[in-house]
Design a protein around this ligand. Structure first.
Ligand code: HEC
Length: 117
């Protein structure tokens, strides 16, 4: 490979990385609007605004982890198991109330990469 070929190659690589990053950003923005609204609709009556779940979770979790949306340790299989089977005082939520697709959207929204805000 000569210098020019190397440069072309590098530019293509950088271009691809930038496009990918833009797609990630778009997804993140979408998640903030649609998924957050879905979470609010299906889970928010207990898991937002000092709701019942926040009061109960505050008994065993540090204050900054009482809101599910602030957690960075949640994993999709855990969320989905809790939702479908219930957990402590939380009753099970059926597919009739929250579809498979909706649950996948909600858990993707709650599963944050470590350090993500
Ligand atoms: C009727 C109120 C209510 C609704 C609606 C509700 N939850 Fe909960 N949830 C709770 C309560 C209460 C707890 C704490 C249970 C306990 O510790 O005994 C909880 C706990 C959880 C936990 C476990 C947190 C932990 O670390 O222990 C997850 C995950 C969760 N809920 C997800 C959801 C999701 C996702 C939805 C919406 C699809 C939802 N919940 C809807 C009341 C609710």
């Amino acid at each position: 490979m000569n210098k020019l070929q190397q440069l072309v190659c590098l530019t293509a690589l950088l271009g691809a990385t930038a496009t990918h990053a833009q797609q990630d950003l778009k997804w993140a923005e979408l998640a903030k609007t649609e998924a957050a609204a879905l979470f609010g609709e299906k889970c928010g009556m207990c898991h937002r605004g000092g709701g019942m779940a926040m009061v109960i979770l505050a008994r065993r979790l540090p204050a900054d982890q009482v809101l599910l949306e602030s957690r960075t340790d949640l994993q999709a299989p855990f969320i989905e198991t809790v939702v479908r089977n219930g957990f402590g005082v939380m009753y099970p939520i059926s597919q009739g109330e929250v579809s498979k697709q909706q649950l996948a959207t909600i858990s993707a929204y709650l599963v944050k990469k470590p350090g993500a805000k």
